[in-house]
Design a binder for this molecule. Structure first.
Ligand code: HEC
Length: 188
């Protein structure tokens, strides 16, 4: 009897494992996710920096408002995925973090406070969709628009930002802080 129950349980476990996200698949989505996040970061960053060079924050901030979502939309089509940036402290009111994104942001913040490494995360949801999350950290060149008022963020730039984003709370950061996460959902 005990043996039968044991066999039955083993079968259930085997079937359950078969349905889950295999280690090999997870690795595949980790590397896909990393590639997409890196390409997205490079695209946003290079376009933003050329706008900054051309016309400073007065040109780069409105450029971001008009183009950040468009650029990510084009890359989403290219990679057959939905590419999103998410944060607990938002500038754009068009970006709403999901509950899961917030949980992951808090998990990363805790790891930073413990001085641990942050690794990308892949998960499968109840609808069988695969998700990739990775940290977005603040670098020195982000501070002109996301830094501390009167220190790294000038009053002038802050007022340009506030005129376009009256509810902006995405400032006060220092280098190395967690700005948010990449949240990529694969179509297949
Ligand atoms: C020229 C000013 C400027 C610089 C420099 C800048 N940002 Fe932003 N950032 C913005 C604006 C404007 C938005 C809102 C974009 C929108 O409306 O979609 C934004 C939005 C974001 C968002 C999306 C979440 C939110 O709050 O809306 C993230 C994440 C982000 N920035 C990270 C960074 C990082 C990381 C860097 C440095 C590598 C950086 N930014 C540099 C202006 C800037």
């Amino acid at each position: 009897m005990i043996k039968k129950v044991f066999i039955l349980f083993s079968l259930i476990i085997l079937v359950a494992c078969d349905n889950s996200f295999s280690e090999k698949e997870q690795q595949k989505y980790i590397s896909k996710g990393k590639e997409i996040a890196e390409a997205s970061f490079n695209e946003l960053s290079s376009q933003l920096m050329s706008q900054m060079k051309e016309g400073g924050p007065a040109q780069a901030v409105p450029f971001c408002k008009e183009n950040a979502t468009v650029i990510l939309g084009e890359l989403s089509n290219k990679y057959d995925a939905t590419i999103k940036r998410s944060s607990d402290l938002l500038r754009s009111c068009k970006i709403e973090p999901t509950e899961r994104e917030l949980e992951i942001i808090y998990r990363y913040q805790k790891l930073i406070s413990e001085e641990k490494e942050l690794e990308p995360i892949v998960e499968i949801d109840l609808d069988n969709k695969k998700h990739f999350y990775a940290p977005i950290k603040i670098k020195a060149n982000c501070l002109v628009c996301h830094g501390k008022l009167n220190e790294t963020l000038s009053v002038q730039t802050d007022s340009i930002i506030k005129s376009i984003y009256p509810f902006d709370i995405a400032t006060g950061y220092s280098e190395g802080d967690l700005r948010g996460v990449w949240s990529i959902t694969f179509n297949k």
